[in-house]
Ligand binder design. Structure first.
Ligand code: ZN
Length: 56
């Protein structure tokens, strides 16, 4: 994906790293986010390997 929104770079926050390839995943890639007990869990599409992963 190309950089189509200039202000997205400044606004985005990291939600973690891809457990498969180690790429940083930012919140714009998050598909779903939920809490289990007091832990926040998310599923996101990794920008590098294009897999749906749980960032950590
Ligand atoms: Zn990945």
């Amino acid at each position: 994906m190309m950089d189509d929104e200039g202000d997205r770079l400044a606004a985005r926050r990291s939600v973690g790293d891809c457990p498969r390839c180690g790429a940083t995943i930012d919140e714009t890639a998050v598909i779903i986010e939920y809490e289990v007990s007091d832990r926040k869990t998310a599923y996101a599409e990794c920008p590098a390997c294009e897999d749906v992963v749980s960032p950590r």
